[in-house]
Design a binder for this molecule. Structure first.
Ligand code: G2I
Length: 480
């Protein structure tokens, strides 16, 4: 008998495409060193699961966007569907940020996990300081859930209807909702969401519930009781904000016991943080940890997919909340895949080889390697943040010409003592005081009148002046 997952995989569009692609690869021998591996989204689809990422609006238009669109088949807005964004004043809705993520998803053939309808955090002031009566608060809650689920009807496949309702000991969190409405706010929110969008799968979502324990038990008891009461809950999300080397050994068994209650399960916000800076041993441990998490999901037939909480370490929430920690995702600060990426790919049935850089900087581009900025020249803005021995520079390069620049090289001269240590959104090399930045695979084109951003960290000694001249593909640029 086919499991639901095997059936999905056998008939799934991406799965079929993958099989066809695999057959084509077998028929034509492709030099293996540079044979492109299928993206994670296709490998996942062939296993009957999705692979997703969180994405904020600014990440979508930055360096994470092209990676997200290529590698992931599901997107969760990082902040754009939360209450403070969506309903900043009572009854007035701000859909544009969330809509921008939906548009991004549709443009990249991705699905959307809505996050979230009810939470204790990121609430607008009018709500937290409104001193509403219980009755009024209840109607505010139901209206918000109804209006948001209605707005995104047909566009969101899963909703995190209620997010993080538990304390660590498994009792209910004493937040605005529970304190005034009691635990029945949870059932009421699910019921309202179902009425507004009967097609969306409705999830309860929390963290520190991945392994068995008091918090997970609290959630288990709630789900069991909601199911017994006929409340429309379809799934349980396990956020999985994990710590290096601490993937719970009971993860799979725990997912399975929830699945046995008759709900889907999903890993919804996966990241695995470590002390920074990372090193080879930690990155390898992290790769092993990611493998364990993927295997836990694949081992449970009702585990429908995995979402990582962001594309790149460069913009992850972790360092801001856990100072000294980070490096938790699949792509590093320079948007290059880490051992964890290869581990996930392998666990999903892809190849075990280390991924070559997205496009090695030395690969000759197919289009003319360096078109000069068509006619109108270029302008560089160079922003600096400096401290006693180091600095961060953020550069914006504008193509003032009327034609796109395809493949770019920016050159400038440093002062003695200025030394780049790490760059993002570009490869930066240095020979003495001569510095060269070249595009990465995803940002090689600068549209007519368009810009590209990159930056670097560097050391300095003596003085730390701004470079006085830049050339873009050999043409001098103005500097500001
Ligand atoms: O905290 C990590 C996640 C835990 N589970 C629920 C998720 O919704 C949550 O996501 C994070 C976002 O990744 C952060 O980007 O939620 C944070 C807020 O609790 C988000 O951070 C906030 C910053 O703290 C604010 O300073 C900022 O104004 O993002 C806000 C919007 O950009």
């Amino acid at each position: 008998m086919f499991s639901k997952r095997a059936l999905r995989s056998a008939i799934g569009g991406s799965g079929a495409a993958l099989l066809a692609a695999t057959a084509a690869l077998i028929a034509v021998t492709v030099p293996s060193a540079h044979a492109a591996d299928p993206p994670l989204r296709d490998l996942a689809a062939a296993k009957g699961v999705y692979m997703g990422t969180a994405l904020t609006a600014s990440e979508a238009t930055g360096a994470s966007g092209p990676i997200a669109g290529a590698q992931f088949g599901m997107v969760t807005p990082g902040n754009e569907m939360k209450w403070d964004t969506v309903e900043p004043s009572r009854g007035t809705y701000n859909w544009a940020p969330g809509d921008s993520i939906v548009n991004f998803a549709q443009a990249h053939n991705m699905q959307v996990r809505g996050h979230n309808l009810v939470w204790h955090s990121q609430l607008p002031n009018w709500l937290t300081s409104g001193s509403f009566s219980n009755t009024e608060l209840h109607s505010i809650l139901i209206k918000h859930v109804t209006d948001e689920a209605t707005h995104y009807k047909g566009k969101v496949v899963h909703w995190d209807v209620v997010n993080e309702p538990f304390n660590e000991d498994g009792t209910f969190r004493q937040d605005l909702w529970y304190n005034q409405l009691g635990s029945s706010y949870i059932a009421d929110a699910f019921t309202a969401a179902r009425a507004a969008d009967p097609g969306a799968k409705l999830y309860l979502n929390d963290y520190n519930v991945e392994g068995t324990g008091p918090k997970s038990d609290g959630m288990y008891n709630l789900v069991k009781s909601l199911k017994q009461q006929g409340v429309p809950i379809d799934g349980v999300g396990f956020q999985a904000h994990l710590i290096l080397g601490q993937v719970p050994s009971t993860f799979k068994a725990n997912l399975q016991r929830f699945a046995d209650l008759g709900v889907d399960v999903a890993i919804t916000e996966l990241d695995i943080r470590m002390q920074t800076p990372s090193d080879a041993a930690r990155l390898q441990q992290q790769a092993n940890d990611y493998t364990s998490v993927v295997n836990a999901c694949l081992g449970v037939s009702r585990c429908v997919g995995i979402t990582v909480w962001g594309v790149s370490d460069a913009t992850s929430w972790i360092p801001g909340v856990f100072p000294g920690q980070g490096a938790a995702l699949l792509y590093d600060d320079n948007y290059q895949p880490k051992p964890a990426y290869t581990a996930v790919r392998t666990a999903l049935g892809g190849s075990t080889t280390t991924t070559p850089p997205t496009t090695p900087p030395t690969t000759p581009p197919t289009t003319p390697p360096t078109t000069p900025p068509g006619g109108g020249g270029c302008a560089v803005t160079y922003g600096v943040n400096q401290w006693n021995t180091g600095f961060t520079a953020n550069l914006t390069v504008k193509n003032n010409g009327s034609a796109p620049v395809n493949g770019w090289t920016l050159k400038w001269t440093f002062a003695p003592g200025q030394t780049v240590t790490q760059a993002w959104n570009a490869t930066v090399t240095q020979s003495g005081t001569a510095a060269t930045a070249t595009n990465l695979s995803y940002n090689g084109t600068i549209a007519a009148a368009g810009t590209v951003d990159f930056g670097f960290n560097a050391n300095w000694s003596g003085s730390n002046p701004k470079p006085t001249g830049f050339t873009l593909n050999g043409t001098a640029c103005t500097v500001s």
